[in-house]
Write a protein of this length. Structure first.
Length: 531
């Protein structure tokens, strides 16, 4: 069994940042179930928020974040994010990350919905790709970082810590998708950096790998999970044929893009005094309402007031992608629809990314640090990944002497099962699950629809093929098990919140209630799981 000082599960911004910090103190294994650059970070268009402008201040960024979070942000976590954010951004630049500059050679700061100042650092509309590139390039230079691709994590290895009655993480069991073998990777500290769970919904801006693996594994291991009812739907993904959504960045509205009905009339001023710069949850619900009122599948986003050269420079990826569908954004309105984009909840951590299980950390979208509360402020996510991954690496190094030697762990035990005669294919069940969640547990919810979703997902669970049918473990079964469990967690969390707050809107409880101003906490013991 290979053993390392640090084990990172996931190769996005959080995982790579942790690896680069930790490799100075020991060996690091970074496992990823696909290629090293296949992550939510790589897909991020908007940017990184940071207090870097002369008219900005930390208290302003903190205030904007708290307002967006609808009363559920942990202010201590927000202040860590804001105060340590600029240094994290400068560290990226020192690694070679190239961000857009103004005519004087200074960082060109953009503005997005919910921000009171221009503070968004960008590389046109491909910021995530540039962040990932700079981190990957640096990781390739570090001999202490061992990147292991096509390794699909199955379950965390949980042991007792040195004979004490406290659980500790000793690593992970993973399926090598190229050989079909299951390997146990051991480490003194393990980091979940697996990204989000957007694939639980039919329409999502997330890549196919975003199947909630980290949340599901942590939940099975006994971690506390919080606030999974707060799923952020990006209000503007491109409406186009095919299963894949394409994000139309928040920055388009930040640069004056206007949401319009089919007749051309703008509608956002009717929903919020901030108009098209309102926070995402308000914009997404407004679009959802307009689509239902007009019985249409999309609304329009208009950025035609900008000149073609300007659009080519600032939004080259969006411009080129839309052209493949015959949409010239310099002259045509863009058809858009909301799509699942970001999970504000996740595995509960402290301010250094540590979970309630010893030796186990979580960073990035899989974690619930308290920064986002009930609604993430635009472009705070990449910043959170960078800041808290750096803190987690420092904490793991400081605690190294406190951790006893990892005990011997058994090989992964496959319980051979016979396939159920009622089992459906993983792909078929995955599509059914996504349609159920989109319809019954999406942007607008109610008690009846949540009960319908709960019952429907339970049926899917009973029809799902066993993880080890015929003694064979497959990545599609691993992902389906995780998707089903995350869907059940989202539904259970939504049922517990008897109010509307932030990203959770229910027609049965349309107003926020002060007594509900707390996190929604779930553990495995809270409900019976049949997967």
């Amino acid at each position: 069994m290979p053993k390392y000082d640090y084990l990172v599960i996931g190769s996005g911004g959080a995982g790579l940042t942790f690896a680069l910090e930790a490799c100075r103190h020991g060996s690091v294994a970074l496992i990823t179930k696909k290629e090293r650059t296949d992550s939510n970070t790589n897909w991020a268009q908007g940017g990184i928020a940071g207090v870097l402008g002369p008219d900005d201040a930390p208290d302003l960024h903190v205030g904007d974040t708290l307002i967006a979070g609808a009363g559920l942000c942990d202010e201590a976590a927000v202040r860590v994010l804001v105060e340590e954010g600029p240094a994290a951004i400068r560290a990226l630049i020192a690694l070679g990350a190239r961000f857009s500059l103004d005519s004087e050679g200074e960082l060109s700061l953009g503005r997005e919905g919910g921000h009171s100042r221009r503070r968004i650092v960008r590389n046109a509309d491909r910021t995530g790709r540039e962040v990932e590139r700079s981190l990957v390039d640096e990781a390739k230079l570090q001999p202490n970082i061992h990147v292991l691709e096509h390794q699909c994590a199955i379950d965390l290895i949980i042991t007792e810590a040195g004979g004490r009655d406290e659980p500790a993480c000793a690593g992970v069991y993973a399926l090598d998708e190229q050989t079909g073998r299951i390997e146990a990777y051991l480490a003194n500290a393990t980091v979940l950096a697996t990204g989000g769970c957007g694939q639980v919904y039919q329409h999502t801006t997330n890549p196919l790998i975003a199947t909630g693996d980290g949340v599901a594994m942590a939940w099975r291991a006994g971690c506390q999970i919080a606030n999974m009812e707060f799923i952020q739907f990006h209000p503007t993904s491109l409406y186009a044929p095919g299963p894949d959504s394409f994000l139309i960045s928040e920055a388009v509205r930040g640069e004056g893009g206007v949401l319009r009905r089919k007749d051309g009339s703008p509608f956002m001023p009717e929903y919020d005094e901030r108009g098209d710069l309102a926070p995402r949850d308000i914009v997404a619900r407004a679009i959802d309402n307009e689509m239902k009122k007009e019985s249409v599948g999309y609304v329009y986003l208009d950025i035609t007031h900008k000149k073609p050269d300007w659009l080519h420079e600032h939004f080259p990826t969006i411009y080129a992608h839309c052209l493949t569908f015959g949409i010239d954004i310099a002259t045509d309105w863009i058809p858009v629809v909301p799509a699942a984009h970001y999970s504000c909840g996740g595995v509960i951590t402290d301010l250094c990314g540590l979970t309630n299980i010893q030796r186990l950390y979580a960073c990035g979208e899989v974690a619930c640090t308290g920064v986002h509360g009930a609604n993430r402020l635009a472009s705070n996510s990449l910043l959170e990944a960078l800041v808290f991954a750096r803190r987690a690496a420092g904490d793991a190094f400081e605690r190294r002497s406190q951790w006893p030697v990892i005990p011997t762990v058994p090989d992964f035990d496959i319980e051979v099962q016979s396939p159920s005669q009622h089992a459906a294919s993983s792909a078929e069940l995955r599509h059914r699950l996504q349609a159920i969640m989109q319809s019954y547990a999406g942007i607008v919810r109610n008690n009846y629809r949540l009960l319908e979703a709960q019952a429907a997902i339970e049926i899917l669970s009973n029809k799902s093929p066993g993880l080890f049918d015929n003694g064979v473990v497959t990545s599609d079964r691993i992902e389906l098990r995780n998707l089903i469990q995350v869907a059940q967690i989202i539904i259970a969390s939504a049922q517990r919140r008897k109010e509307s707050r932030g990203l959770h809107y229910t027609t049965d409880y349309p107003d926020p209630i002060e007594s509900q101003r707390h996190n929604t906490l779930l553990t495995k013991a809270d409900f019976v799981q049949h997967v």
